[in-house]
Design a protein around this ligand. Structure first.
Ligand code: 6PG
Length: 239
């Protein structure tokens, strides 16, 4: 399956079908595979689709699961990214616990950022002194944030840490997030961005407009060159 950097589909359904096919090929191309899941609402449709259509088409047992960010809440909390993935993907596919590396949102955020960084170092290949994830899956907020890297903390973008503890700019909710350094060190990064509420930032970022550097999602540029955006028509209107 050949992708360009910006891939736009007429619907969330069509996007999900294409993404699942691409993911299947990517996972099949390696003996072991690591993926960092995104949070929020957007990936849930994909998770459900993978369970219903790709249960036997992907060797799920060879995949290690991580998260690009987490809300600092207990794992059974409705805001938990782990909980959403557990309910919609990991439990239905009976992913073995030893392949699931969740961010412990119930812990002290700063300590958890350090602990999770060590988990990544201990369980992923280290290249150039940085853990390397095979695929980092990202979403984007209507404010141009990605993972939990928000526009009010552009000072964090040059961080050489592996993970950082931050706060949501509006709610103040503590978060633990991958840094841009870790994201851009991944073998491959894929965004799934849907909905008209994100179209303005998508336009600014995909066209590299002058104020695009106000938005953390515009700093995602993996050194591998493997960056793919998956949009629905609403998020990235095409003539
Ligand atoms: C999170 C995410 C975040 C998310 C965007 C988009 O924990 O909230 O990781 O970066 O991807 O906020 O969220 P939606 O998919 O809900 O629009």
């Amino acid at each position: 399956m050949t992708l360009s950097t910006h891939n736009t589909y007429p619907s969330v359904e069509a996007l999900t079908i294409a993404f699942a096919e691409w993911l299947g090929e990517l996972v099949a191309s390696k003996d072991s595979f690591s993926i960092a899941l995104s949070g929020g609402r957007t990936p849930i449709y994909l998770f459900d689709y993978l369970v219903s259509h790709y249960r036997d088409k992907i060797d799920w047992q060879k995949i290690k699961f991580y998260w690009g960010d987490e809300r600092c809440v207990p794992p059974d909390h409705t805001d938990s990214n782990y909980r959403a993935a557990h309910e919609h993907l990991l439990a239905p596919l009976a992913i073995p616990a030893e392949n699931i590396f969740r961010i412990q949102g119930e812990q002290d955020p700063a300590e958890e950022a350090q602990r999770y960084a060590q988990v990544l170092r201990d369980t992923l290949p280290m290249t150039g002194g940085i853990p390397q994830v095979d695929l980092v899956l990202l979403g984007m907020g209507a404010d141009g944030h990605t993972a939990s890297l928000f526009p009010n903390r552009l000072d964090l973008l040059p961080s050489t840490q592996i993970c950082e503890a931050v706060e949501h700019p509006e709610s103040g909710q503590p978060r633990v997030t991958f840094t841009m350094e870790l994201i851009n060190h991944a073998q491959c990064v894929a965004f799934i961005v849907t909905g008209a509420d994100k179209a303005e930032k998508v336009r600014i970022i995909t066209r590299g407009e002058k104020n695009s550097k106000l938005y953390p999602a515009s700093y995602v540029n993996p050194r591998s060159g493997q960056l793919y955006w998956f949009f629905d028509q609403a998020a990235h209107p095409q003539p």
